[in-house]
Design a protein around this ligand. Structure first.
Ligand SMILES: [Mg+2]
Length: 423
């Protein structure tokens, strides 16, 4: 049963027509023909099998009162040379999804399936989430498919008084093979992590004894008589989630919170090389150890279980595992949690795999992040200790405005654009 469709579909349709910009611009499009002529020239190699949308029960999108779409950009496409690769794939997949063609059919067929050789792609925003709404007409039928922004992940289908949402799972794993293989197999990774923790161990006595020593601008005044503490991030700093990345690669799927949660609930992370020895040494010297992680607070029990399994020091008498959203104002920026620790302790060292584990303002662009790193030059290897994480992080998000939902093709293009060939 379709509870709301007439009103909703009509308003969306009207909205789409009003928002349509038939002009468009070519400036950020790539030459789609390069991709058409790639591989063996067959459509199937360009559009590897992706599971199609399985329409399920109505979801949030059905609620028209919450659906206040904001169109950022709308474009009309009537020639394939103007399409981005992801857009071409969206159009192709929509035709397959809606039964106009079969998987493996030639891409050129998609234009034959429209009544005016024209596809409209609207970028819409609903509840702060961005979507690509693909719209076209086949005969008298209005077709609409809504994708998660920049992906092949269909979330809804709209057409002539009919609206359905669905759960689909077509996002592919990121090109993370080299990075994950390095973390899991390279002796060089082991050596690098041990080296970092060993340098920290060598700095401990000086940091404890010098009461003017603090590792953070978030410390505030009058800290000299407070007991010493260290703050460590967890993932890829103290514990190793590379098997989770390996599973995404093996299963050819992308990150999804349900997959992450089930991995975390296994509580089966190993320790990062060198972390256990360092933490026991710090604990033995009376340093309080705080774990400040952006794992969701709903994962605290499993996280603690994992830390206990690894026999890592955890204070039972105060809360030293401070997770994201555990308290109001504790978002992904860790500054408020550093400030909380600083109320009672002198923070002598920080550990992380992400610039945000050390200082605010790290979820920014490449230049801003590098300037922030350089501005803190004197802290590295003395008060701040960085573990290597080539698999993910703000460093990667910086290349695409931290829009992790953009498609893999776009990510690859943006990463490539950021390479320096010195030519
Ligand atoms: Mg981390």
């Amino acid at each position: 049963m379709n509870k709301f469709t007439p009103v909703f579909a009509a308003s969306l349709l009207a909205f789409g027509l009003a928002a349509c910009d038939s002009g468009g611009s070519d400036t950020d499009n790539i030459d789609y023909n390069e991709y058409v002529q790639g591989a063996d020239g067959k459509a199937d190699s360009l559009f590897p099998a992706a599971p199609v949308c399985e329409f399920a029960d109505f979801k949030d999108l059905e609620d028209s009162s919450r659906l206040d779409p904001l169109v950022d950009r709308s474009r009309t496409y009537n020639e394939k040379s103007r399409l981005r690769v992801t857009q071409a794939r969206q159009i192709y997949l929509a035709n397959v999804q809606l039964g106009f063609m079969d998987h493996g059919d030639d891409f050129n067929m998609v234009w034959d399936n429209t009544d005016d050789d024209e596809f409209l792609i609207h970028r819409i925003e609903i509840d702060d989430e961005r979507y690509d709404w693909l719209q076209f007409w086949a005969g008298d039928t209005e077709i609409g498919v809504i994708y998660r922004y920049g992906t092949l992940d269909i979330v809804a289908e709209i057409g002539d008084g009919d609206f359905k949402t669905c759960e689909s799972d077509t996002r592919q794993a990121s090109a993370n093979l080299d990075a994950t293989a390095w973390v899991q197999t390279a002796a060089e990774y082991q050596a690098n992590s041990k080296m970092t923790y060993r340098v920290a161990t060598m700095m401990l006595d000086q940091a404890i004894e010098d009461t003017s020593w603090t590792a953070t601008v978030d410390q505030g005044p009058n800290f000299e008589n407070k007991p010493p503490a260290i703050i460590l991030d967890l993932d890829e700093t103290v514990i190793d989630n590379s098997p989770f990345q390996a599973r995404l690669i093996a299963d050819q799927v992308g990150y999804h919170s349900s997959r992450w949660n089930s991995w975390v609930n296994e509580a089966n992370c190993s320790a990062v090389p060198g972390a256990v020895e360092f933490l026991r040494a710090a604990d033995a010297k009376g340093v309080e150890i705080f774990y400040v992680s952006n794992r969701s607070s709903s994962l605290e029990e499993a996280t603690r279980r994992n830390l206990e399994k690894l026999d890592l020091p955890i204070n039972d008498s105060i809360d030293t595992v401070l997770l994201k959203n555990e308290e109001d104002g504790w978002g992904s920026d860790k500054t408020p949690r550093r400030e909380r620790v600083a109320e009672t302790h002198r923070i002598i060292m920080l550990f992380g795999d992400n610039l945000g584990d050390f200082v605010g303002g790290a979820k920014t662009g490449v230049e801003e992040r590098n300037a922030l790193e350089a501005a803190n030059d004197e802290n590295w290897g003395v008060k701040w200790f960085m573990l290597p994480n080539p698999m993910y992080g703000y460093w990667e998000g910086a290349l695409y405005d931290h829009e992790f939902g953009v498609g893999e093709e776009l990510k690859v293009l943006l990463k490539t654009e950021n390479l320096n060939t010195k030519r």
